[in-house]
Design a binder for this molecule. Structure first.
Ligand SMILES: C[S@@+](CC[C@H](N)C(=O)[O-])C[C@H]1O[C@@H](n2cnc3c(N)ncnc32)[C@H](O)[C@@H]1O
Length: 279
């Protein structure tokens, strides 16, 4: 657990969840009043064009309405990714870290794919006991936070790490590449990536070096139209900040709140493939 612990903000969170659901209800009322104008006794009935609330969203409301433990991110931080998810869901949403925020993230992406990657297998079991419908996989990280400076200063001497050659699956030569993630991570293009793990606040922790590098590689390899949204939490910390500046790039930083940075990273152009740096 990082410093800061959990704050008691259930009403704020419920407000955010409810604002998503509120949109559905307001839309329903509007459609209902329009149809009532043309056919006197018509009323709104949900159909494919006016989707219903998902079971995940209902579970999230029940959970956060009855729990005193809420996500670590502040309302202002959550709001950044909430706004993006509301505008592009259903989408492919990759979340590094399982926690008290997981039900919330999954319910912000109704009918999309939200995959959680978690370093601690017992924490996966604990979280899934209460929320079995979450899609989560345990992962192992090969780095230690204590290696952060040397990995950053030496990666350019390994050709397999350079922007033009960078790949993830099976790329054992580049120590920053997450080369052994579950297959389904490589089989999808991720529209939104939330980096709030692994732990990076003590020397033996894995640190977020590989995750930040790999998010940049995934975003640059995007074939679908549009950008990849990358959210990085704890961007105030030395390692997160240095790696974000090296791989996610200041020019792609579009907004921030509290300790959260939001990057919009476009796919690499063919002439970028020969670039010596990621930015
Ligand atoms: C910064 S935390 C992520 C916390 C999450 N964003 C939340 O709001 O609950 C990063 C990692 O800490 C661990 N962790 C989070 N909450 C924990 C808890 N209550 N007890 C033990 N480990 C926890 C998990 O391994 C998680 O991936």
């Amino acid at each position: 657990m990082k410093a800061g612990k959990h704050r008691l903000l259930p009403l704020n969170l419920i407000g955010l969840l409810a604002s998503g659901l509120g949109g559905l209800i307001v839309g329903a009322l509007l459609v209902s009043s329009f149809s009532a104008a043309s056919t006197s006794f018509a009323f709104f009935k949900p159909d494919a064009a006016h989707p219903q609330t998902t079971p995940m969203q209902l579970k999230a409301i029940l959970h956060y309405a009855t729990s005193k433990v809420v996500p670590q991110q502040s309302l202002a931080e959550i709001r950044l990714s909430f706004d993006v998810l509301v505008s592009i869901a259903p989408c492919n949403f990759l979340v590094y870290g399982l926690g008290h925020d997981s039900l919330m993230w999954a319910s912000f992406n109704p009918r999309g794919t939200t995959l959680f990657l978690e370093e601690d297998p017992s924490w996966v079991i604990g979280i899934l006991k209460n929320a079995p419908s979450l899609y989560a996989r345990p992962v192992k990280y090969p780095t230690r936070l204590s290696q952060a400076s040397s990995l950053l200063s030496t990666y350019k001497s390994e050709p397999a790490c350079l922007p033009g050659n960078a790949s993830l699956r099976g790329n054992n030569r580049c120590k920053l590449a997450l080369s052994d993630l579950p297959r389904e991570v490589y089989d999808k293009e991720w529209d939104v990536i939330m980096i709030d793990a692994p732990r990076g606040y003590f020397e033996d922790a894995p640190g977020r070096m590989g995750v930040i590098y790999s998010a940049a590689v995934m975003a640059r390899a995007r074939k679908k139209s549009g950008v990849t949204h990358v959210f990085l939490h704890d961007a105030n910390r030395r390692v997160e900040k240095a790696y974000a500046e090296e791989f996610l790039c200041k020019k792609y930083l579009v907004q921030g709140a509290g300790r959260l940075w939001h990057f919009e990273i476009p796919p690499a152009l063919s002439n970028d493939l020969h670039a010596a740096t990621f930015c």
